[in-house]
Design a protein. Structure first.
Length: 224
């Protein structure tokens, strides 16, 4: 099996970038998955992640730690205690710069080409993309997940503990997402000024400076 532990965190093109992207997506799909019900599963796959649009929304929060931090502050303000420490970690490690993976704004919001990642994950039988017909006769892309996926992630983190960052951030993204649909998450993200104001095919800008100031103010208020 390909050694995902050679992945780097730089957003610049690199030989390991495809595996970095695949590992990130694997963590997101697994953390956002549920046990497949009858009619959804397939031989060798027991969990399912619903919706490409939802996957794209979660990828955005992992690729843009500053936007994730802003939503975590929203949850903190709503009474979800403990998240201020997570925001502190994001800025203490300068994640909005060193962990940033740029995405473009497209017709349905932030977009990252998932095809290469899905090809890698499918090849190793960790993920199986499927197309599901909806009641309105439209269709939705879902992702079946093999039990081997969890074992793979655990083995990768044992070999290189730094990869645990992807699991941690996928879990934080799920804290933000909850049970919301992809459509709801995309609509929510359009409330970000930097996100909504980006032209189609333009790179979504960082909002790190604004969010850092918000974090410092929130922290100071909590110390008063």
């Amino acid at each position: 099996m390909t050694d995902f532990t050679e992945v780097t965190d730089t957003s610049a093109p690199a030989p390991g970038a495809i595996f970095r992207d695949a590992f990130r997506l694997l963590c997101i799909l697994f953390e956002g998955s549920v046990i497949a019900v009858e009619g959804e599963s397939a031989d060798g796959f027991d969990r399912i992640f619903h919706g490409e649009k939802r996957a794209q929304a979660l990828v955005f929060y992992v690729c843009y730690p500053d936007y994730l931090a802003d939503r975590l502050l929203d949850l903190h303000d709503a009474g979800d205690v403990g998240l201020l420490d997570e925001v502190d970690k994001i800025f203490a490690a300068d994640e909005p710069d060193v962990r940033l993976v740029k995405m473009i704004r497209w017709q349905r919001g932030a977009y990252f080409d998932l095809d290469n990642s899905l090809a890698v994950l499918s090849y190793y039988e960790l993920i199986q993309p499927v197309q599901r017909t909806l009641p309105n006769l439209g269709f939705q892309h879902d992702y079946l997940i093999s039990p081997k996926a969890a074992a793979f992630v655990q083995d990768a983190m044992a070999a290189q503990p730094a990869l645990g960052w992807y699991v941690d951030r996928a879990r934080l993204a799920m804290r933000v997402a909850g049970q919301k649909s992809g459509h709801a998450l995309k609509a929510e993200q359009y409330r970000f000024e930097g996100y909504e104001g980006t032209n189609y095919s333009g790179v979504i800008p960082s909002i790190a400076d604004r969010v850092r100031k918000r974090f410092e103010q929130t922290k100071a208020e909590g110390q008063q």
